[in-house]
Design a protein around this ligand. Sequence first.
Ligand code: IPD
Length: 265
Amino acid sequence: MVDSRDLATLAVDIAREAGALARRRRTEGVAIAATKSALADIVTEADREVEGLIRGRIAAARPEDGFLGEESGAERGASGLTWVVDPIDGTVNYAYGIPHYAVSIAVVEREPRPEDWEALVGVVFSPAVDELFRAERGGGAWLGESRLAVSDPTDAGALLATGFGYDPATHAGDLARLARIMPVARDIRRAGAASLDLAYVAAGRLDGYVERGLQPWDHAAGALLVREAGGVVGGLPGEAPSRAMTIAASGALHAALSERVFHES
Ligand code: IPD
């Protein structure tokens, strides 16, 4: 029987070490190493180095576990647990010197479809402001000693966040969706790091978040934070968050957002 407290302790230690490395590399100057699927989809040497550090620490501590990382791909382990890692979420911010980026680490019980993966542990660390969000399944979501709770917006205006996927074919749909959401929003942020968008929903700093096109490493840790903070994270109707859609908010707002998002024509 796996002890999720031990996993969480390890994930927190690794996230802190990885974040310190990312921050150090940032002060030394960062260059874009490659552009991947789109102009916004970039990688820096620091992304690769930080993922290498995380992967090495996990392999040393838990050699039976699997791994899925944004930069170095997947390896199936024998234990049934997989570490899902974005070494630097918000790489565009990071490359441009905007201090809004994060190390995102989740430990999931691996099912055949990524949509069905259930995180046991989620950690999102924002090194530039030294904020570490963590959650264990059934143990709540935490920022330091403060237990997190999603907001319960009582008036019509919700502060929302979103992002834009890399596939140009989806951009017109993204913009149309925003136009439908605007009437219920106080405002909409596009801050550039999905894991932090989700952590901020968990912390009640944002009321809700909607994005299409996320990968498991973008949302695995943050989704657990939101759920453990009392919120709802879903995808298309009746489904878990997926590349097709991720919506996170308190229960009532989630329903309202889903209604507007799903009435896509
Ligand atoms: C990206 C960021 C961004 C989101 C993209 C992600 P990356 O992650 O989280 O906010 O809109 O969908 O891919 O590429 O910076 O790790």
